[in-house]
Design a protein around this ligand. Structure first.
Ligand code: ATP
Ligand code: MG
Length: 424
């Protein structure tokens, strides 16, 4: 019997790896332009970390986590909690009051797998810790937008404010009172949520719930002065930078630690999976995890969704896979020197393919096309006797003689003179 991968866990095959690497490289490049440094945190953490940060009554903690209960550990469903744990554990704020960090890697959530929704998925995660200014919020959002733009993607940006520990509790009370009046029209999940996590009802995708929520009170009308001020400034700063956005007063995030600014980058092109990336402020989180009273803001983008969207929207600016040279060694005598030439070329950074199985010229040229080789060098026994191979430009089909005097290392330098050095 064949063993297959687990449902919701996917191989990323060589066919699509270039797109993945392209996205990762653009992300690293842009994040580093904004002064972010990479951090790598473990995949397993104590379960307690996620319960205390993400929140006990969130969907993620209630039903989506991969937990080993006997060991008290969980596979990370997101990266922010782990980064904050590391930040506190290593006293990173002592070295530098504002830390700008990013990480890229797999996350795990037990959800119903569908297009753009997996159980192992990958996130680009960016965080700015230790700064409260609204200009920081705008800068971070603009960084996310820059990445989407450079990937050639069309998305829209929505923002909202979730208030703080001063203005959110009275709003929650008012919201619960409102929802209780409309319980009969809510879905089963939302009836439960009304008392466990009422804000989540605002974000329910069910038609009936959405209709109820239209007339629900809005936190934006109840923000305290500080939060209102902050939100106004973020909006102004985004306008100054020249970002288009829409205020969505129903946006809430699935994780409890968010305060004030929240935002989402959205698309209509991935069906029910509308969010390509999302984030927000988490001003109480670090203290809640036993660290100093510092605030932070961050976002995460889903790599699967970015890759799908690039495919869907036809953004094709990533480099294609290619070989520089395909060595077509056709006779017994040429195999050994050809393998020495291949080694010398590779040592000089040239991507080189060679076939030792002695297939026909036609078969090997076909293979050279398949691996997208720029050149092939044909070395048959006849050519060997004449000390002159044939160099073929696979794009233009032009051929030229290639002198085979001296050692394969000398052929190597001669070849590089013609085809150019390896791109760095
Ligand atoms: P959704 O509403 O789609 O479930 P979310 O609010 O749970 O998203 P976050 O926790 O904010 O998502 O994660 C940030 C990003 O990570 C999302 O915008 C999405 O691109 C990606 N993401 C989240 N969960 C998954 C998943 N199960 N599979 C693939 N990508 C995901
Ligand atoms: Mg989710």
């Amino acid at each position: 019997m064949k063993i297959q991968a687990i449902n919701g866990f996917k191989d990323i095959l060589p066919d699509s790896i270039n797109r993945w690497r392209y996205i990762e490289q653009r992300a690293r490049d842009i994040f580093e332009r904004f002064g972010l440094q990479e951090i790598r945190v473990p995949i397993l953490e104590k379960t307690e970390l996620f319960v205390r940060s993400i929140g006990e009554s969130t969907d993620v903690v209630e039903k989506e986590m991969y937990t080993f209960p006997d060991k008290g550990i969980t596979m990370r469903p997101e990266a922010t909690a782990s980064i904050m744990r590391a930040f506190i554990e290593h006293g990173m704020h002592v070295q530098q009051p504002v830390q700008r960090l990013y990480t890229i890697g797999p996350m795990f959530r037990h959800e119903r797998p569908q297009k753009g929704r997996l159980r192992q998925f990958h996130q680009l995660d960016a965080e700015i810790i230790g700064a409260t200014e609204p200009l920081i919020d705008a800068e971070l959002i603009a960084m996310g937008q820059m990445l989407l733009d450079e990937l050639g993607l069309r998305t829209s940006l929505e923002i909202n404010s979730l208030g703080c520990s001063v203005c959110r509790p009275p709003f929650k009370t008012q919201l619960v009172a409102f929802l209780e009046q409309h319980l009969s029209r809510l879905c089963n999940d939302c009836r439960r949520r009304t008392h466990t996590n009422p804000l989540r009802v605002l974000d329910c995708k069910q038609e009936a719930c959405r209709a109820v929520v239209q007339s629900a009170p809005s936190l934006l009308d109840m923000l305290c002065n500080e939060c209102d001020n902050h939100f106004q400034h973020v909006g102004q700063a985004l306008q100054h930078i020249g970002l288009d956005f829409r205020i969505n007063r129903f946006m809430v995030r699935g994780l409890d630690y968010y305060t004030r600014t929240t935002f989402e980058f959205l698309t209509a092109d991935l069906g029910a999976q509308a969010a390509v990336g999302a984030g927000g402020r988490y001003d109480g989180l670090i203290e809640q995890l036993g660290g100093p009273p510092l605030s932070g803001i961050g976002f995460a983008m889903g790599l699967e969704r970015l890759a799908l969207l690039m495919e869907q929207q036809g953004a094709q600016n990533h480099a294609e896979h290619s070989m520089d040279v395909f060595l077509v060694a056709l006779g017994d005598k040429t195999l050994n020197p050809s393998s020495r030439l291949a080694h010398a070329l590779r040592k000089n950074g040239i991507k080189t393919a060679i076939d030792y199985a002695g297939r026909s010229l036609k078969a090997q040229l076909k293979q050279a096309n398949r691996v997208n080789a720029r050149y092939s060098l044909i070395l048959g026994d006849d050519e060997w006797l004449r000390q002159e191979g044939i160099l073929r430009n696979m794009r233009t089909q032009e051929q030229q003689p290639f002198t085979l005097t001296g050692t394969p290392e000398e052929w190597c330098s001669r070849l590089i003179d013609i085809i150019g050095p390896a791109p760095r």
